[in-house]
Design a binder for this molecule. Structure first.
Ligand code: HEC
Length: 171
């Protein structure tokens, strides 16, 4: 074998070697994926108690009627909705809708309307430290179920999901 053919041969060998490494990585990853999937299945499986939201499904609402309900119930006293022309709030100024890093499920939106103290909005917590109760009034006696469904459709249509620029590091 001529002397200068050696390095070429070696490069060839090392690329075959790195291919094998790559294949090994894929193999290893799939071994780690399985327990991850199982864990998610187990966690989801735990959420079956009497207070679980499993099986909860709203009929589709109407966003335009939702806007009317928003006005009729005077949500505008405390909220503006990103990108919507509404009377300016006078009591609180909490913006609903706009850019968010994750989808607001209707479960979360319904909960913030009919059980506002369950989770307090981050924006509000920034304004008032130590608040445990939501100052948002309860509408449960006056709001119809249809209004609630339409309100959720209205609000949900004004949240815009933004993809984070961040790339997760290689596992
Ligand atoms: C008197 C003021 C007031 C009125 C009226 C009011 N809210 Fe609120 N709302 C708040 C405050 C304060 C918060 C933040 C605390 C919390 O999360 O409950 C809030 C939070 C929310 C949130 C959660 C926001 C988030 O980012 O998690 C939603 C959704 C909401 N309100 C919808 C409504 C709707 C729909 C109405 C009308 C039916 C309404 N609000 C009427 C004061 C009000």
């Amino acid at each position: 074998m001529p002397h200068d053919a050696q390095p070429l041969l070696r490069t060839g060998q090392s690329s075959i070697h790195s291919l094998n490494n790559h294949e090994r990585n894929i193999h290893m990853k799939s071994r780690f994926l399985l327990p991850g999937g199982l864990l998610i299945a187990l966690l989801a499986g735990c959420d079956t108690g009497p207070k679980s939201s499993r099986g909860f499904r709203l009929p589709d609402g109407d966003a335009e009627r939702g806007k009317q309900a928003f006005l009729a119930l005077q949500c505008t006293q405390c909220h503006r909705v990103e990108g919507v022309e509404l009377p300016a709030p006078t009591l609180f100024k909490l913006t609903l809708g706009g850019q968010t890093l994750r989808v607001r499920t209707y479960g979360e939106l319904v909960t913030s309307v009919i059980n506002p103290s369950h989770v307090l909005a981050d924006e509000y917590k920034k304004q008032l430290v130590d608040a445990k109760e939501s100052p948002m009034p309860l509408f449960n006696h006056s709001m119809t179920v249809e209004q609630m469904i339409d309100l959720v459709a209205f609000l949900q249509s004004h949240y815009k999901l933004i993809e984070p620029a961040y790339q997760p590091p290689y596992p």
